[in-house]
Ligand binder design. Structure first.
Ligand code: AHM
Ligand code: MG
Length: 334
């Protein structure tokens, strides 16, 4: 019988891809994996909040209940702090970046950007949610890392990944050499390699967008949506529409089945809704590494200049030919 390869084993094996590395990145990835298991355990209990106590109240054991996104944020930051490889964490949950000030992290050379629990409003209805992370190497060589170390473009990412807490829990990541997916085996508490070398089909037949905002979309996006709905056997149209409201779930499906995910600018969100640093860039890195394409409709996501921690961006991402088609239609109106 073949034994499953665990995330830990895989990370150690892959360290050979980085001959000059000292294992810090491997340890960082391992720390993120461990924190995600703790978060997974709490998410699995989310349906019990009425029994154990609502967020903001005290449960029957006398423990204070926290909102899960706050809890997840604390877990990831604590894991990164105790690992000692990370000097700054940028999180959706913190207005400012968090400087990790400890003896063991004083020589840490990595910056982690994280959305600890994306799509958290979906927890109440038992729909999948996710964690998204991105890893950069700090640029400065001495003193405390600063905002300059943090504001790097997506092309400078060293690694990126997501965890999807869905019907099963998976961790998917890239270090720039393809994309691999690991499924959590709850019986042994380990992520096991289940989806080696993931690749996004060049074409797909699923489009994913919050069509409720149709009236507020740019004309090019409206035109593309109409294109998706027209009948044409050769291109498998009309396409199927799927949108969960959890980007990680929609992207995970897109990685496996192909398709296109769009969160364009709207009248209400003139810069888009999703955040460039810890949502768009890591997801773009993963999708590109799997052979897909990620743009804001006009420019490659990973080349966009990063001016602020919580900067927003439009995103059009997924199967290469579908993204190209959407870009073509946006170009008709520019
Ligand atoms: P969040 O970080 O506040 O959870 O918001 C991000 C989420 C994405 O997961 C999802 O694609 C999008 O927001 C859904 O937004 P909308 O409800 O506007 O369609
Ligand atoms: Mg988010």
């Amino acid at each position: 019988m073949k034994a499953a390869k665990t995330l830990g084993q895989f990370i150690i094996e892959k360290q050979a891809d980085f001959p000059f590395a000292k294992g810090e990145l491997s340890r960082l990835l391992r720390d993120i994996g461990i924190a995600s298991k703790i978060v997974n355990r709490e998410i699995n209990k989310a349906g019990l909040v009425d029994i154990l106590g609502e967020a903001g109240t005290t449960n029957v054991q006398g423990e204070g209940q926290k909102k899960l996104d706050v809890y997840a944020n604390e877990q990831f930051i604590a894991a990164l702090q105790s690992g000692g490889e990370c000097c700054i964490v940028v999180s959706e949950e913190n207005d400012e970046y968090v400087y990790i000030d400890s003896e063991i992290s004083k020589n840490a050379k990595y910056i982690v950007a994280i959305d600890p629990l994306d799509g958290s409003s979906n927890i109440d209805v038992n729909v999948g949610v996710g964690t998204i992370f991105s890893i950069y190497r700090r640029k400065s060589t001495e003193g405390k890392a600063t905002i300059i170390d943090v504001l790097q473009r997506g092309v400078e990412q060293i690694a990126a990944g997501y965890v999807i807490y869905g019907s099963s829990t998976m961790l998917v990541y890239t270090t720039g050499k393809g994309v691999n997916g690991f499924t959590l085996d709850p019986s042994i508490g380990e992520f096991c390699l289940s989806h080696p070398d993931m690749s996004v089909p060049k074409d797909g037949n699923i489009y994913s967008i919050n069509e409720g905002y149709y009236a507020h979309f740019p004309d090019g996006i409206k035109k593309y949506i109409k294109y998706c709905q027209v009948e044409d056997d050769a291109t498998r149209r009309p396409y199927t529409s799927r949108y969960t409201g959890s980007m990680v779930a929609d992207i995970h499906r897109t990685l496996i089945k192909g398709g296109i995910f769009m969160y364009p600018i709207t009248a209400q969100a003139p810069n888009g809704k999703l955040r460039l640093v810890y949502e768009c860039n890591p997801i773009a890195f993963i999708v590109e590494q799997a052979g897909g394409k990620a743009t804001n409709g006009y420019e490659r996501i990973m080349e966009l200049e990063v001016k602020e921690l919580h900067q927003r961006s439009a995103i059009i991402i997924g199967s290469e030919n579908m993204v190209k088609k959407a870009e073509e239609m946006l170009a008709c109106f520019s």
